[in-house]
Design a protein around this ligand. Structure first.
Ligand SMILES: *Cc1c(COP(=O)(O)O)cnc(C)c1O
Length: 473
């Protein structure tokens, strides 16, 4: 009983030490906060003080540190006013990281988005005639010029593109697909499921590892809608395998007057094997070989905004434009502006490689990445020597986004071994920073792959680690 009384008295005394709202409000550090209403600041102060009060009464707080309270209030205000969707630093080295927003867009591309979306635009207005125009017209000619296709249509993403194509060309009819191509792409794109949604009936042919010409041919009947080829994207079948070449599928389509459709996944427009990557079939090649309709993503290897691009023979694309479903899948003006600006860069291959961040990152040579790694290592050694061991190591980065799954890109990483802290705790603290830093753990080390880290992010990484560990200086 005596102890409980003492306990209660201690708590009462502690509560007296909690600062008053007015006092905190006039603290110079709080006064420094601009652009946030006084009411919102007061709310945050109250909330933090309430949580301290609660902690004291529950016995989880047994001393009061005024500076700590102010620090928590400032953090709370910052947190409340920051976006949930925010910029992060991708230190994983995976260039097309679907969880981290896939393709990074260039500032130049975004300038066009800002120009056309912070003011009115001619989105659906024909400037020449003064009449209503089509939103698709802005990119159609450009896409046709670059890909060699007769016609083009853009929608929300590649999943939508496949849905629209199948719904238009194969509704209530059979779409013939090789069993080896019934893939699932991360983020729940499953070819059979999309087909079902479109109303097309799946007609699987061949086996997982082998499908030949006669498998396709013998599946054709009066109820066939399309012959569909799907890029395997995120996996490869190796060993005893057989696939029917594009030319043969095109020949088959012609013979039976059936459209041949290809979902090529990543929209590669440049032969990347010229730059030391493995060969990926290009969009242009599929068109040249006579595929009737090709679909691909805007934000994979193409390096643009999220979008689905449908190109091919005019008669088919026109049918898709008229499909009511198209209205539900339509692309918005910001995406359209970014897409046009991205495609424009492809008119000059050199420019594309330089200014499209995805291509630029994929094409960065290991030597150059090594320089960046050495720079980061130097920064970290200078500030954190007594807290961590820092090493520069050769490693491999991934392309990501379901593209080129077997490609290992030579890279350099900075590996950081905390001397006292647990590596998992450091990894988490980095994720919780104002600009979160996403890293990879390899045993007892934290790995920073410099392929996907921008030059201006090196000092942010250093400063964040100093916040976590403290500084030598
Ligand atoms: C990635 C991919 C898709 C899905 O594309 P999204 O643009 O993410 O909708 C569909 N098919 C293939 C073959 C893919 O690689």
């Amino acid at each position: 009983m005596g102890n409980e009384m003492k306990d209660m008295n201690d708590k009462k005394e502690l509560l007296l030490y909690l600062p008053k709202v007015d006092v905190v409000l006039n603290d110079s550090r709080i006064l420094e906060i601009k652009d946030i209403s006084r009411k919102s600041v007061v709310d945050s102060i109250r909330e933090v003080l309430d949580s301290f009060r609660k902690g004291i009464l529950e016995g989880t707080i047994d001393y009061i540190d005024y500076d700590e309270i102010v620090y928590r209030i400032i953090s709370k205000i910052k947190y409340k006013n920051s976006m949930n969707l925010k910029r992060v630093i991708n230190a994983t080295g995976t260039v097309l990281h679907t969880n981290l927003g896939r393709a990074v867009l260039s500032k130049k591309v975004m300038d066009e988005v800002i120009k056309t979306s912070t003011r009115y635009s001619n989105l659906e207005f024909d400037l020449e005639s003064g009449n209503r125009g089509s939103r698709y017209s802005h990119v159609e000619d450009l896409i046709c010029k670059i890909t060699g296709a007769e016609a083009a249509l853009v929608v929300n993403n590649n999943a939508a593109a496949v849905l629209l194509v199948l719904s238009t060309l194969s509704k209530d009819r059979e779409a013939i697909v090789s069993r080896g191509q019934l893939v699932e792409i991360g983020g729940s794109f499953r070819v059979p499921a999309v087909m079902e949604q479109s109303g097309a009936k799946l007609r699987e042919v061949g086996t997982t590892n082998r499908t030949n010409f006669s498998d396709y041919e013998s599946a054709i009947n009066e109820n066939t809608g399309v012959i569909l080829k799907v890029h395997q994207s995120n996996y490869k079948i190796l060993g005893f395998t057989e696939e029917v070449a594009i030319d043969k599928l095109v020949e088959l389509g012609k013979k039976y007057s059936l459209p041949v459709v290809e979902d090529i996944g990543s929209g590669v427009l440049i032969d990347l094997s010229k730059y030391g990557l493995s060969y990926e079939p290009t969009v242009q090649e599929s068109i040249k070989r006579g595929i009737d309709v090709v679909t691909f993503s805007g934000d994979k290897l193409l390096g643009g905004p999220q979008a689905g691009i449908i190109i091919g023979k005019k008669k088919y694309v026109e049918m898709m434009k008229k499909n009511q479903l198209n209205r539900a899948l339509r692309i918005d003006k910001m995406t359209l502006a970014a897409l046009e600006a991205t495609f424009k860069l492809y008119i000059d291959e050199e420019k594309a490689l330089k200014e499209i961040p995805v291509l630029n990152m994929l094409n960065t040579k290991a030597d150059e990445i090594k320089k960046r790694a050495n720079k980061l290592a130097r920064l970290l050694k200078n500030s954190l020597q007594s807290y961590v061991l820092v090493e520069v190591k050769e490693d491999f980065s991934q392309v990501g986004g379901g593209a080129m799954p077997l490609e290992n890109l030579e890279t350099y990483t900075v590996q950081l071994k905390p001397l006292e802290n647990k590596v998992q705790d450091v990894e988490k603290s980095l994720r919780m920073m104002e600009i979160p830093i996403i890293t990879r753990i390899n045993k007892d080390k934290l790995v920073f792959d410099l392929r996907t880290i921008f030059d201006d992010e090196l000092s942010i990484i250093r400063d964040s680690l100093v916040k976590i560990f403290g500084s030598d200086k």
